[in-house]
Design a protein around this ligand. Structure first.
Ligand SMILES: Cc1ncc(COP(=O)(O)O)c(C=O)c1O
Length: 396
């Protein structure tokens, strides 16, 4: 891999396998487990992550786009791939030709498959239970069942919904309990077809473990084996306040280097707009990563990075290709020549064990962890590490 700029995202596949293993161990009886690898596997590199999960035992994988599914197929992924976004007739042709599993949300989609499928096709039916984005309405369940019952070509393998507030799934009568109650009623309609069901995202899954601990038989999460569609947690993050539920390991470390140093006199400014002025004589390191690489500009003068065993502040406005950090307190009379190309960690763990979480960065950037991870730019190489990377032949 060409890497003339030493900025990259280190992706630890052992951590992916670990996160998947702890999840499987927590739900040994689940009938449906579909890690989500959409959006380039949340920025981690979809083919490598999908191959890793497949090898670790994932039978289903979830993507948004047909394009994403085709990339996985071309990369050698043979697991069932559920395509969630929906499709038109052209898309239906690709789904059928590449043995992809359509998640069907409209009558048009159902009819396209019906007309074009030459052999029976397995589908998953998506219902809108409150998110109001995709899916059939609950009222359409009976009509859909009548249509699919004994259909020569359409086989309903799964019935699903998506939680819009999985964070409240531990509550007895929160939004999630309401949505799951609706899905339960839909499942009753489809009972003669005995479909798989799925609904729980990371927040729902982790809440299911909390509720299991509480042993309340009244709670809807304790009444059914709900199928699982983990996304964020596969990549090592727990979106709930309570953090001690599963020992997840963050997968990505975003790295760069201090490529040059500038000695600033008190009163001098740095970067566009001069938004940071040295209050003392300072040493500022120039780091070759910017907002075009997904390090959000809103983090200007707000974030910290790891350098030489210290947390040091990002100073001045983040540029398209560069950012600057004030390393004055982190160099301790070191010879700057010895610190040339010294590693900078934007998020993740340093060799010294210090850690900046993508979640913390998300708070500072007024966004969510999902966006921090999926923002990591296309021009940032993904470097796969760990025994799993070697085993899969993707180690750099
Ligand atoms: C349909 C669907 N299922 C599951 C997930 C996984 O969600 P999370 O990353 O919160 O686990 C997503 C993510 O947006 C999704 O769109």
């Amino acid at each position: 891999m060409d890497m003339f700029r030493r900025t990259f995202a280190e992706v630890n596949l052992d951590h992916v396998a670990h996160n998947f293993e702890v999840l499987k161990a927590a739900f040994p009886n689940t009938s449906f487990l579909c890690p989500m690898v959409k959006a380039n596997a949340y920025g981690h590199g979809d083919v490598a992550i999908a191959l890793c999960l497949q090898q670790a035992g994932a039978r289903h994988l979830g993507v948004c786009l047909i394009e994403e599914a085709l990339l996985l197929r071309r990369g050698g992924v043979t697991a069932n791939i559920l395509v969630f976004r929906g499709f038109d007739r052209e898309g239906a042709e690709q789904l059928l030709a590449n043995n992809l599993t359509p998640v069907v949300s409209t009558w048009d989609q159902l009819e396209a498959l019906e007309e074009m499928a030459k052999t029976p096709v397995k589908i998953h039916l998506k219902f809108n239970t409150g998110m109001n984005r995709l899916g059939f309405s609950i009222e359409e369940a009976e009509k859909l069942f009548d249509k699919c019952w004994r259909h020569p070509k359409i086989q309903v393998e799964g019935v699903l919904t998506h939680l819009f507030n999985g964070e409240d799934a531990d509550e007895l009568d929160g939004d999630s309990a309401d949505q799951l109650g609706k899905l339960l009623r839909i499942l009753l309609v489809f009972k003669p077809l005995n479909p798989l069901n799925h609904s729980l995202n990371s927040a729902g899954i982790l809440n299911a473990l909390i509720v299991r601990e509480q042993k309340n038989p009244q709670h809807i999460l304790n009444q059914v084996q709900w199928g699982l569609r983990p996304g964020l947690m596969v990549y090592g993050f727990n979106p709930l306040k309570r953090q001690d539920i599963l020992p997840l390991k963050p997968v990505m470390t975003l790295k760069s280097v201090a490529s040059t140093y500038r000695m600033l006199k008190v009163g001098e400014v740095v970067s566009y707009g001069g938004t940071w002025k040295a209050k003392r004589d300072s040493v500022v390191a120039i780091v070759p990563i910017g907002y075009a690489d997904g390090y959000h500009r809103i983090l200007s003068n707000k974030a910290e990075v790891l350098f030489n065993g210290y947390k040091v502040p990002v100073v001045g406005t983040i540029c398209m290709d560069f950012l600057m950090v004030d390393v004055t307190d982190a160099i301790h009379g070191c010879d700057l020549n010895d610190l040339r190309d010294k590693e900078i960690i934007l998020f993740g763990k340093s060799d010294q064990g210090q850690f900046i979480s993508a979640e913390e960065l998300a708070h500072r950037a007024q966004t969510i962890t999902w966006e921090i991870l999926t923002s990591v730019g296309e021009r940032v190489p993904r470097v796969y590490v760990g025994d799993w990377a070697k085993r899969l032949g993707v180690a750099n």
